[in-house]
Design a protein around this ligand. Structure first.
Ligand SMILES: Cc1cc2nc3c(=O)[nH]c(=O)nc-3n(C[C@H](O)[C@H](O)[C@H](O)COP(=O)(O)OP(=O)(O)OC[C@H]3O[C@@H](n4cnc5c(N)ncnc54)[C@H](O)[C@@H]3O)c2cc1C
Length: 400
């Protein structure tokens, strides 16, 4: 049995991007996936990503894995007020299975090995290597990479961190037939009766098929989803899945001397939306580079991984965590005020689908936005929002 440079647990987007970048630089890697095939469940993800995400992975923007393109969102407040916004560029709706197959085939072309139907059970660390115990025998490698997703058990054990730090919240999603969709628009639904503490979504796949889902901090997401489907008058539901999304931001540490944690396993998903394909694959590409560096003798390769992804993403994760903390404390009335205010000031939407902090920073620099805020009705709304938010933050921190 060879000693691989890296043994990667999980053939999701994060594991496969790690394998791709490491193998492109000549490292020997093996990916172990517990399911019978790569990309086994398309329905478990909305599949909405920026074009930047595919460009990072050097995947074509015309591939068959792209089901649809969207550039706008209609946000619905708890009382039904609508706000139409831009998504910050064209976004792609992926078939996650085909996307992962495309990543896997590129990694295989670079001599990565991928074994499916192999579940990793345990990691044993030695001074010279790591032993990866699986349902199909033992693999040996220089480094083990945990890319096993939101329910990973390896990262908490190896790094001695609580799994709850990743703040998983339950979500449910269905693929449905639905009439009268505008293919170019995503829909977002706010309110405690729709999705308490989070939001619901419609991601169109074409003009009569969509992924409809939600996540919620309290209650059963499947029941909330059934209510939403009823409200939207959806008659034909192909499948419903339930799976956690990660909203806690990255873990305080994502490496050990022979161990890297990547993607959802490391908490590297956007805290505002739970979207983890862009951030997970970017961190995967960096992990792959670190593995290749280690192959060339860089002793501090795991540290290089953590330093590099933090340099690129930490500020964004921190800002998104702040927005998320504020958002989850807003009651329905405040959300209504916020939508009215954003309509009132003519807010155009996200500046960048991946870097949400840029939207706030750019809005605060925009003279027209500032002028509009100081018009009377908007100023009243803003004052009400600030007072209510401070009030609920104080109540929540007293309760906590
Ligand atoms: C309902 C829903 C909608 C979402 N919508 C979006 C969206 O629109 N856009 C977006 O960017 N993100 C979205 N996400 C989040 C996105 O799916 C994840 O962030 C992303 O899949 C994380 O990739 P990953 O490779 O880290 O983990 P995963 O995709 O979960 O992959 C982990 C892999 O590891 C395998 N594995 C696990 N344990 C073992 C083991 N012991 N041995 C071997 N293999 C193992 C699993 O089978 C799996 O294939 C959504 C998530 C949910 C739940």
């Amino acid at each position: 049995m060879p000693i691989y440079d890296a043994c990667i647990i999980g053939a999701g987007p994060s594991g496969l991007s790690t394998a791709l970048s490491a193998s492109m630089k000549g490292a020997s890697v093996v990916v172990l996936e517990e399911h019978k095939k790569v990309g086994f469940l398309d329905e478990r993800c909305g599949g909405l990503v920026s074009e930047r995400c595919l460009r990072n992975l050097k995947l074509s923007l015309k591939g068959e894995y792209i089901l649809n393109r969207v550039s706008e969102a209609v946000v619905q407040s708890p009382s039904g007020l609508l706000l139409k916004i831009e998504l910050g560029g064209t976004c792609l709706v992926l078939n996650k299975v085909m996307f992962e197959e495309a990543l896997a085939s590129r990694a295989l072309n670079n001599n990565a090995e991928i074994y499916t139907g192999v579940k990793v059970k345990k990691l044993n660390f030695y001074k010279s290597h790591v032993e990866v115990e699986t349902t199909d025998g033992t693999f040996k490698s220089e480094i083990a990479v945990d890319a096993s997703g939101a329910l990973s058990i390896f990262t908490p054990i190896v790094l001695g961190l609580k799994p709850s730090l990743r703040r998983p919240i339950p979500s449910a999603q269905a693929e449905v037939k639905i009439k009268g969709l505008n293919e170019d628009e995503v829909h977002v639904f706010l309110g405690r009766y729709i999705a308490p503490g989070f939001f619901g979504w419609i991601i169109p796949l074409n003009s009569n098929k969509a992924r409809i889902g939600l996540a919620c901090e309290h209650g059963n997401p499947v029941l909330f989803l059934k209510n939403l489907l009823k409200k939207l008058n959806v008659k034909e539901v192909y499948s419903i899945i339930k799976w956690p999304i990660i909203t806690g931001g990255p873990l305080p540490k994502t490496f050990e001397s022979r161990f890297l944690s990547v993607g959802d396993a490391a908490g590297q998903s956007k805290p505002t939306t739970g979207g983890g394909i862009f951030t997970g694959t970017l961190c995967g590409l960096i992990a792959g580079m670190a593995i290749a560096e280690k192959t060339e003798g860089l002793v501090n390769a795991p540290r290089f991984y953590e330093k590099t992804w933090r340099r690129l993403l930490e500020h964004e994760f921190k800002m998104q965590l702040l927005y998320r903390r504020i958002f989850r404390k807003l009651d329905d009335e405040t959300l209504d005020y916020a939508i009215s205010l954003l309509n009132g000031i003519g807010w155009r939407g996200l500046e960048d689908f991946d870097y949400h902090s840029r939207t706030i920073e750019d809005s605060l620099r925009n003279v027209n936005v500032i002028k509009n805020i100081f018009r009377k009705p908007n100023l009243c709304l803003l004052t009400a929002i600030i007072l209510k938010t401070i009030g609920s933050l104080l109540v929540h921190s007293a309760l906590e």
